[in-house]
Design a protein around this ligand. Sequence first.
Ligand code: FAD
Length: 432
Amino acid sequence: MTTIILGGGLAGLSLAHFLKDDSIVLEKEEQTGGLCRSFQLNGVSYDVGPHIMFSRNHVVLDEMVSLVETSRIKRSNKIFHKGRLVKYPFENDLAALEPAERDYCLKEFLSNPYEGYGAGNMLHFFLKTFGEGITKLYLQPYNEKIWKFDPAFMDTQMVERIPKPPKEDIIKSAQGVETEGYVHQLYFHYPKKGGIQCLVDAYRNLASKKAKIVSSVNIRKIGKDKGGWIVETDKGRFSGKTLINCMPLHELFQYIEAPDEIRNTLNELKYNSLYTITVQSKKDNAGDNFALNFADKNVVFHRISKLNFLGKNYCLPKGGSTIIAEITYRPESYLAGFTDEEIKQKVLDDLEALKLVKKTDVTAVELRKFKYAYVIYDLSHRKNAAKVLQYLKGIGIRCCGRFAEFEYLNMDQTIEHSHNLADEFNGVSHGG
Ligand SMILES: Cc1cc2nc3c(=O)[nH]c(=O)nc-3n(C[C@H](O)[C@H](O)[C@H](O)COP(=O)(O)OP(=O)(O)OC[C@H]3O[C@@H](n4cnc5c(N)ncnc54)[C@H](O)[C@@H]3O)c2cc1C
């Protein structure tokens, strides 16, 4: 009855735990956890960009929080806009802008000519929901920067759940009266120590009671055999009745046979890779902030996060600070052409120019690259992803997880999808 699970990230490990039958998890890297891995720099654990635990789904949030010891922390994120710090989300702190920009944002929000139109793409959605001022000053440039893709060519899947802010809130925000937006992530949980790896390790421990987890394995070929599946690897042949893919689709297709038409569609699925540059400094000049967003294209990173904010176990023993800067890039893009040293230098130059870190105070810099970081919801994504997943389902391969389903899934949604797929395999009916 064994199920073979490809990929030992959060999806693969939680699924192995939720399935009632035995499974084998095959993971390429030595360390399981995928995007939920954490690394150490001088005793401070850091993630692939800090992974905070929050969810609209209270059942999943309770499950995550029950598995690790966490702190509950109030968000303190800001947007760095022309030398000013604007509280996140931008539209809830218009009073922090210079008066002309504040009035531009407020007037275009209250009297918005785009309000009555449908939103055919992400840019339309921003204009329709927030008006021209907020869109042009922040939402458009920030999204261009993080996606490295024009929001006019992206669909609305990412943003369609964002509610239109109440007029009273935006008026208050322009008057300097504090309001909060995106309240479902105003408070979040974070492991007291060890970074987000603790969460994925907890699932691994639970899974390993009945699953075999094989890491550092190189898959060579995947094929069908007498109604089951055979996966050939450098650590031997694994056979199973069922195959579930939790690794990126682009990886899976290296090992299976597929018609050209499907491969061509797969190649149309776009994603961003990520550099994280972790910088430790003897001093802490970033204020009492967790994350700062930068829409300015002259700054190389789109976000920095200060880990001190996450609790005493994320502070260096003798003070100072640990900051992670994030830079997205596409494998074939301009930014991918720089050497690691050049990227590190650009980050340090920008941190110094912004007076956030002085180069002479820097004690350590570590760069990491993650090939599969962000699914891009371009205008053809929905159609292309559905076609590829339908093909795989047709040949008996089910997919679960962020790059396996090719959806922008956060940890809570990844776990939710694992639960749902496991229920299906376990024969659990949800009724109705
Ligand atoms: C920068 C960033 C910040 C994020 N922040 C948050 C956050 O704050 N909160 C939140 O809830 N979520 C966050 N997420 C999302 C979260 O990381 C994902 O939801 C989750 O990690 C997805 O897990 P997964 O198992 O589907 O994918 P992955 O973690 O990508 O796992 C895939 C696994 O497949 C393995 N694999 C790949 N190729 C092969 C191969 N050839 N053979 C075998 N194995 C292979 C990989 O090594 C990996 O272990 C963030 C994501 C990113 C990129």
